[in-house]
Design a protein around this ligand. Structure first.
Ligand code: GLU
Length: 304
């Protein structure tokens, strides 16, 4: 199988697709992006890298960063993480408030905003050092010292983050936040505003394809058991309320973000990332989904 040829074929097929979705205009700094951007990158566990399109261009990874903060929380708290956050798919939108009251302040899973805010709280003792630690963690996984926060996006998130403010205050009222809501949100907005390329993202996700060990940075990021669990959570909850559709069409553990990125893994083989900024109604990259569906179709590999 020639992965580079498959990527070129996919690029060609999606190029002519005129229905490219809509940019995440609820964050003004993301609204103006060119919807024709497309990049895709594969990193294999034996260190091969394949890329097409704008695979080296930085974009806002948004919710994909929730995988990195959850990894840090699992490193520090292991199973205790689940005292404060659930493991079930939500079936509601990523920024939904409705379930939180029924379930008394315990978010359904760590990938919806409420869950990610609790995870961010868990790893934050002081917002400024935490922002530095998170960035070093991610730079180490990508091997790219230029991976950074896009401060304009972080500021834009803050200015338009009314729902996240509501979620954080709601969580605090249920005693599920240790820090003050604005301190946690400061870290959370920066986490969402991390920018990197598809190539960086595939390198950063490779540990999940390799039992928790990154052959790229030569470190155990998670234990075998933790990495198995992370992949299960990604499969059931990584694509907002469309995780079922993604499992059906693509059949891989993955995580999307409203910046139009999706990162996915084929355990034992590779990590694959795609970026196309136009989103469908669920907030997932429209062309990104199509590209990943074609990828598992043409390679014939999936977890099932
Ligand atoms: N910063 C985004 C928010 O909290 C993250 C959204 C996402 O990519 O799901 O609204």
């Amino acid at each position: 199988m020639n992965i580079q040829e498959i990527l070129l074929q996919i690029e060609q097929e999606v190029h002519s697709d005129t229905s490219r979705g809509k940019a995440a205009d609820y964050i003004p700094a993301l609204a103006e992006i060119d919807l024709n951007k497309f990049g895709m990158a594969v990193h294999t566990i034996d260190g091969q890298e394949y890329k097409v399109g704008q695979a080296d261009e930085f974009f806002s990874i948004q919710s994909i960063a929730k995988v990195f903060s959850l990894s840090m929380a699992m490193q520090q708290f292991d199973e205790k993480v689940w005292d404060r956050v659930g493991k079930e798919p939500s079936g509601t939108r990523f920024n939904s408030l409705v379930q939180l009251e029924f379930e008394e302040g315990i978010p359904r899973n760590p990938f919806m905003n409420a869950g990610a805010i609790v995870i961010t709280d868990m790893i934050t003792k002081n917002p400024e050092p935490m922002k530095k630690d998170l960035l070093s963690f991610v730079r180490n996984l990508t091997g790219n010292p230029n991976v950074s926060y896009d401060f304009e996006v972080a500021q834009s998130e803050k200015e338009s983050g009314y729902r996240n403010v509501a979620l954080a205050n709601f969580l605090k009222s249920y005693n599920n936040l240790n820090n003050e809501p604005e301190e946690v949100l400061d870290v959370y907005y920066h986490q969402s505003a991390i920018q990197m390329s598809c190539a960086d993202l595939s390198r950063a996700f490779i540990f999940l394809a390799n039992k928790g060990f990154s052959p790229y940075c030569e470190q155990e990021v998670l234990s075998l058991r933790q990495s198995k669990r992370m992949n299960s959570l990604l499969l059931t909850s990584g694509l907002y309320d469309a995780a079922g559709d993604f499992a059906y069409r693509v059949g891989l553990p993955g995580k999307s973000g409203v910046g139009g990125g999706i990162a996915a893994v084929i355990p034992g083989q590779l990590a694959v990332s795609v970026w196309s900024p136009g989103l469908n109604e669920s907030g997932n990259s429209k062309i990104g989904l199509k590209a990943l569906e074609l990828f598992t179709t043409y390679t014939g590999i999936s977890v099932f």
